[in-house]
Ligand binder design. Structure first.
Ligand code: SF4
Length: 348
């Protein structure tokens, strides 16, 4: 994800990347227990990008507890979500630990360690009360957060209810573990009968996606990590999306990207594009980066993998990069006003 394209829309800028140091609970006892139970000889650890720097210290702590007979390995693969499990390392280790994301799919083999934030949330919600409508006259508010702050969801709800708000929440689809949780690609937990949603969490990455997915709702951001309250504004994002669609309208040849990361494959979507277009070519890859696509001589791309690569990193690619919905607009199958955010449902 490019820092220059959108400061707020960067997958690395989701509150896991901190301005101040923070103590996380790596749940080492749970890992040590699993090693003993499975008589494990190998342990694989996978950290998200923002926490990779903590990896060696966690290995040191584990080695001290496990002794010399257990080999502990760190995944060097990029990691931005639970959709992105290092399956190579997982297959080759007896215990595999994925840090920093909630499960997209439970498995006996994987230990998910959520790394909940210990940042206080109520002071920033207090400040957000000045930006939220109501409670007089408009007491309804949707409440969403990320996996990092899920441990304080009850506290957030109580704080708002005590001040007269009617808090609406729901669990989204099976891609989401918790009630009120959002992902960069899934905002089903905000499908609520409200005009305003309070997002509590670090960075603008999630609330911008939320506001694109629900343009009819006002999204107030209470960011306890950077200590700011703002209202999500998608104008810049949307202009870029329309620009990319317009640039792709003259395209004759298309690269259709099928992402091989375990939780990002949309095979049917890719197939349906190929079925209708003889000038579309299926390209399979795990990490979708500008460098890897530079040598393909096609006029435009449609990405069926992570939608945030398309919306947040799109400008970095040498050719227009569209979501499947945008592709259908560019090729004339759908009208321009059908442009909407590309959400990603289900697991694998
Ligand atoms: S597919 Fe969804 S969960 Fe995976 S990196 Fe993209 S936004 Fe995050």
């Amino acid at each position: 994800m490019s820092q220059e394209s959108y400061d707020g829309g960067d997958l690395r800028n989701t509150g896991m990347r901190l301005k101040h140091d923070r103590e996380w609970d790596y749940e080492l006892d749970r890992i040590v227990d699993a090693v003993a139970k499975r008589d494990a000889e190998t342990v694989g650890l996978q950290f998200p990008e923002g926490l990779k720097r903590r990896g060696p210290k966690v290995v040191d702590d584990l080695r001290e507890r496990l002794g010399g007979d257990v080999t502990v390995m760190l995944s060097g693969q990029p990691c931005y979500g639970a959709c992105d499990l290092d399956t190579y390392l997982m297959k080759r280790t007896d215990v595999f630990v994925h840090f920093g994301h909630s499960p997209m799919k439970e498995s006996e083999k994987i230990i998910y360690v959520p790394l909940f934030s210990n940042v206080e949330v109520t002071p920033i919600i207090e400040e957000a009360l000045g930006t939220l409508e109501g409670p007089e006259g408009s007491p309804d508010v949707g409440l969403v957060t990320t996996a990092q702050h899920m441990n304080r969801y009850g506290e957030m709800r109580e704080f708002l209810e005590e001040r007269g708000y009617e808090v609406h929440s729901r669990r989204g689809d099976e891609r989401l573990t918790h009630e009120g949780q959002v992902l960069g690609c899934n905002y089903a937990s905000a499908d609520l009968p409200v005009d305003q949603v309070l997002y509590v969490g670090g960075g603008k990455f999630h609330p911008l996606g939320l506001a694109m997915e629900h343009p009819e709702k006002r999204v107030v951001i209470a960011d306890p990590v950077n200590n700011v309250v703002t209202v999500a504004d998608t104008e810049k994002f949307m202009k870029q999306r329309y620009g990319a669609v317009h640039r792709a309208m003259d395209a004759e040849t298309w690269g259709v990207i099928f992402c091989t990361k375990i939780g990002q494959g949309r095979w049917e979507e890719a197939q349906s594009i190929l079925a209708d277009n003889d000038d579309a070519y299926l390209i399979t890859m795990d990490e979708v980066t500008p460098d890897r696509l530079r040598n393909f001589d096609v006029d435009a791309y449609v990405n069926t993998g992570c939608p945030r690569i398309t919306t947040d990193d799109g400008p970095r690619f040498h050719r227009p990069m569209l979501t499947p919905g945008e592709y259908r607009i560019a090729t004339g199958e759908k009208p321009l006003d059908s442009l909407s955010f590309d959400t990603f449902h289900g697991t694998w």
